[in-house]
Design a protein around this ligand. Structure first.
Ligand code: NAD
Length: 443
């Protein structure tokens, strides 16, 4: 099948490359000239395991190409995917300006009968409006069908999620169009779930809201664990063994971030509100998440006493491991709060430092390795559980830090292991280990 994908970001590029990999001829269109030039040269503009190799293979075999021209990209295609961003407006609703532009680009440039497939996360009713808009603006006799095909990949494992995901949701009000989408996706050999347009759009928001709820739930439990002397890791494991609950997304920490959960939970609250439903549960989930990042600062103050002039090492900056994405990363508000307290910040991330520079306070010093960042630091804050960070031998902290204090926002180390080292170790929902007596009080 000849396919165009509008928007070659985290979702569009992975989608385009994967569709080429299973045998389709794919043109990815992006308005960012620099990105298109990079991709045409075989370089991925995003860090995503396995993506670049697969992209190069499909460029070489001629099934994949990139362009900035919608006209060129739509030439001879039967299916056009929309994978542009849907960021958040100040009031929490989804900003649909890129979707509107993509719909306009389609309406003014398509040549054949087409099926438009929306991968972007959009509020319920948007797909129907995209179709109505294209029909109105295009003024051709060509037929346009629309399918909602929400994306569930996770950054950091996007390629494997595409090939080994749990399900593919196809939402359409036209059976023929839905069948074409099923055929396109057949080589992935994943379960396919058909719904109407509106339900498919809702599945995406409901899924993200539910996962965010699990995270905020376990974070609330972690706060109670701290008060009653329980260990949240053990609690989560004991809960997760119940198949009705499941083990995933029960990891206490500094909360969710990234390009999806924060904006999608806000958008669903707004969507509900616009339809006269007060989504109280989800509002609390969002509030708990905000509190979680503040707690890490409180814990740091409790451990260190005061931060003025103290050297604070940030370990991990990306919103999660295996990505360079800094959107809504916890490191951003945490670094700004530390600066307000007068801390001197040094930081390390294996991949995301170039992107981090655009978001963190200007005077943050970036270091080339974990050892460099720990050297003479007064306290180390673990913010992203990169493998390199969570497997770092605890003796490294002892060796390089003046008087080692770790505030672990991701519960990377087992308490039994920490016990063996002279490290003041604070984590989330677990007892503090080797606590030092403070010689001064917290302001
Ligand atoms: P992104 O910002 O990484 O990429 C969007 C790309 O679209 C950019 O490269 C931009 O230049 C391009 N673009 C915008 N308008 C264009 C136009 N008219 N023509 C050509 N190119 C255009 O966004 P993303 O993270 O890939 O997210 C895309 C959508 O997928 C969003 O709705 C998001 O909520 C959803 N989603 C994202 C993820 C994720 O993990 N990132 C997962 C599931 C769903």
């Amino acid at each position: 099948m000849n396919i165009a994908v509008i928007g070659a970001g985290y979702v569009g590029l992975v989608t385009g490359v994967s569709l080429a990999e299973i045998g389709h001829r794919v043109t990815c269109i992006d308005m960012d000239h620099k990105k298109v030039a990079m991709m045409t040269d075989g370089h991925s503009p995003i860090y995503e395991p396995y993506l670049e190799d697969m992209m190069r293979r499909n460029l070489r075999n001629g099934r994949l190409q990139f362009t900035t021209s919608h006209q060129e990209g739509f030439d001879g295609v039967e299916v056009i995917y929309i994978a542009v961003g849907t960021p958040q407006l100040p009031d929490g609703t989804a900003d649909l300006q890129y979707i509107e532009q993509a719909a306009y680009d389609i309406a003014t440039s398509f040549q054949n009968d087409i099926i438009v497939v929306t991968k972007s996360t959009v509020p319920v009713g948007t797909n129907a409006r995209i179709k109505a808009f294209i029909d109105e603006v295009s003024m051709t006799e060509r037929r346009v069908d629309i399918v909602s095909n929400p994306e569930f990949l996770r950054e950091g494992s996007a390629v494997s999620d595409t090939f080994y995901g749990d399900r593919i949701v196809i939402g359409a009000d036209n059976q023929e169009a839905a069948n074409v989408l099923e055929q396109i996706n057949e080589p992935f050999e994943l379960p396919i779930y058909h719904t109407d347009l509106n339900s498919a759009e809702m599945i995406k928001y409901a899924s993200n809201a539910f996962l965010a709820t699990k995270i905020s739930f376990i974070n609330e439990i972690s706060a109670i664990c701290e008060k009653v002397g329980a260990n949240v890791e053990d609690v989560a494991l004991g809960m997760g063994k119940d198949r009705r609950i499941g083990e995933q997304f029960l990891k206490a920490g500094i909360g969710y971030g990234g390009s999806c959960f924060p904006k999608d939970t806000n958008a669903l609250v707004q969507l509900a509100g616009n339809n006269q439903h007060n989504f109280k549960l989800l509002k609390s989930v969002i509030e708990v998440n905000h509190t979680q990042q503040k707690k890490l600062i409180e814990k740091t103050l409790q451990a260190v006493g005061e931060l003025q002039g103290k050297k604070v090492a940030l370990l991990g900056l990306a919103f999660k491991p295996n990505t360079d994405d800094m959107r809504e990363a916890a490191s951003i508000p945490i670094a700004h709060a530390l600066k307000k307290h007068g801390a001197e910040i040094v930081a390390y991330d294996p991949i995301a430092m170039a992107n981090a520079k655009k978001h963190l306070p200007e005077d943050v010093l970036y270091k080339a390795s974990l050892i460099n960042v720990l050297e003479e630091a007064d306290v180390a804050l673990i913010l992203t559980e990169w493998n390199e960070i969570k497997t770092l031998d605890l003796s490294t902290y002892v060796k390089w830090m003046a008087s080692p204090i770790i505030v672990d926002g991701r519960n990377c180390y087992s308490l039994d292991e920490v016990k063996k080292y002279p490290i003041h170790y604070v984590s989330i929902g677990r007892p503090t280990m080797n606590q030092r007596k403070m010689s001064f009080s917290i302001k």
